[in-house]
Ligand binder design. Structure first.
Ligand code: BG6
Length: 478
């Protein structure tokens, strides 16, 4: 009977801006998410030009991971994690992005953090860019629309490859850079998360988003070359947020629309895996009067900087429909499709579709034939704490159980090479889309509420022991 690999990576993923806090400590500069206010379900986060008095900016304190990381890593180790995906906040290393010399205190924090993980046998997977960029890069250079940013990013990447050399093997160039396709209408939220700019303020959004998409793809392949030059053992991946779209009916228009909406997110994956920036995208730009600044030398980097592995964040699927369906706030999905009526939705309106994970793993593996790791998956829910500080989160256990079961089927029955499962937010942290603490993902409860109150104490939820058992049995308990 086939099982998951013996050295399968089990653990979780967190991101600096959602947990660290200490936003002005040890020389850190202001980062784009330090200007994102707290929203809630249905109330969008605001992205302000500077910190405004009287507004709540959740990244400023996060869950105070910057000071409490030892306690948190110990809890992850207790669950049996053999991998943890963290991100580096660029603004801790180069506070404005373009300094000559890096901020040593910022580097030392990540060295201590990684050493702490290694002391428990937890393999670090390090994301260089998880919606974290010095605000000054946006103000002075116009963010990723400007090709100059690639060099600033590479300088930052090189600093970290060297600072964590021989300690970190798995590097991720970007998290979810794919949510800004020039040919589809984007939202302020996604362009802000990816590049610190608001879609509604762009004068020529197609051109700007195309530049951003190209420059980030090029930065990724260049960083991959750099990482492997510094240490041939480095494995470089990129993380994409992939949402499968299903046709609402067998009508060919719906089927085609579903295919197109799903593939919308793939052009950068193609660019980083097939050895060249896709010609179909370049042709599409030409027919839409979009000019991309492509240099001759880029070709070599796209070829040599192909990824070693793919990371996928999977939360939900959506539906495509072309036939007389009106979009309303009730039936509209997060990525522009429709909510599938066959699926239940979370309290934040995200459809729950475990089989979509198996579908997506198959789709991606057969297209790229590269090892895949699930870098994020989880359920955001409002937890209740009993008088004894217990949290009975059976709904979370069910969600994760169903998804891991489908992952196992993809590996065991469909032969997909999936080498790990990192659940999102193993400790409660700030939600990226809403800025809330109330939308909790963790196995570990953090006593912090949206009004800023709470002791920041940590408590094990029921799912804590459940995941411990899953890891101990290498997934056999599911
Ligand atoms: C992913 C992001 O897209 O979704 C994470 O990489 C984010 O940063 C996660 O937290 C879940 O989204 P949310 O809005 O529920 O936090």
């Amino acid at each position: 009977m086939k099982t998951l690999k013996e050295n399968f990576l089990w653990g979780g993923s967190i991101a600096a801006h959602q947990c660290e806090g200490a936003y002005q400590e040890d020389g850190k500069g202001l980062a784009i998410m330090d200007l994102a206010t707290q929203g809630s379900y249905g109330v969008p986060r605001e992205f302000t030009k500077q910190v405004e008095p009287g507004k709540i900016y959740p990244s400023h304190e996060g869950i105070d991971f910057y000071h409490r990381y030892k306690e948190d890593i110990k809890l992850f180790a207790e669950m049996g994690f053999n991998c943890l995906r963290i991100s580096i906040d660029w603004s801790r290393i180069y506070p404005s992005g373009d300094e000559e010399v890096p901020n040593q205190k910022g580097i030392e924090f990540y060295q201590r953090l990684v050493d702490e993980m290694l002391s428990y046998g937890i393999e670090p997977m390090v994301t260089l860019y998880h919606f974290e960029m010095p605000v000054e890069i946006v103000r002075q250079y116009g963010s990723w629309a400007n090709r100059k940013i690639i060099d600033l990013y590479l300088k930052f990447a090189e600093t970290m490859f060297k600072a964590l050399n021989n300690k970190v093997r798995y590097w991720v160039t970007f998290n979810e850079l794919n949510h800004v396709d020039p040919m589809s209408k984007a939202s302020d939220m996604f362009t802000y998360l990816v590049a610190g700019i608001k879609y509604s303020e762009l004068e020529n959004p197609k051109q700007i988003l195309a530049n951003i998409g190209y420059n980030m793809s090029l930065a990724s392949v260049k960083a991959a070359c750099l990482a492997r030059n510094i240490n041939a053992d480095n494995k470089v991946g990129c993380v994409f947020g992939i949402t499968p779209f299903y046709p609402a009916t067998p009508h060919p228009d719906d089927v085609l629309a579903a295919f197109k909406q799903t593939m919308r997110d793939f052009y950068q994956v193609d660019a980083m895996c097939f050895g060249q920036f896709p010609q179909y995208k370049i042709n599409e730009y030409i027919s839409n009067d979009i000019n991309i600044n492509i240099l001759e030398e880029d070709e070599k980097f796209f070829f040599e900087g192909r990824l070693d592995f793919l990371g996928f964040n999977y939360y939900q699927s959506e539906m495509s429909s072309t036939l007389n369906t009106k979009q309303t706030s009730e039936n509209r999905g997060l990525h522009g499709g429709y909510i599938n009526p066959y699926l239940e939705v979370s309290d934040w309106g995200w459809p729950i579709d475990a089989k979509g994970l198996r579908y997506m793993l198959n789709l991606v593996y057969r297209r790229y034939n590269l090892p895949i790791i699930i870098t994020e998956n989880g359920l955001g829910a409002a937890d209740e704490v009993t008088a004894n500080n217990e949290i009975i989160d059976d709904y979370r256990i069910k969600y994760l159980n169903d998804h891991i079961r489908e992952l196992k089927k993809a590996v065991i029955e469909d032969d997909v090479d999936c080498f790990g499962y990192l659940m999102w937010g193993p400790i409660d942290l700030v939600s990226a889309t809403t800025g809330e603490m109330k939308k909790r993902y963790g196995f570990i409860y953090v006593d912090k509420q949206d009004d800023g109150s709470g002791t920041l104490n940590r408590y094990r939820k029921k799912s804590f022991n459940w995941y411990k058992e899953v890891i101990a049995s290498n997934g056999e308990s599911i």
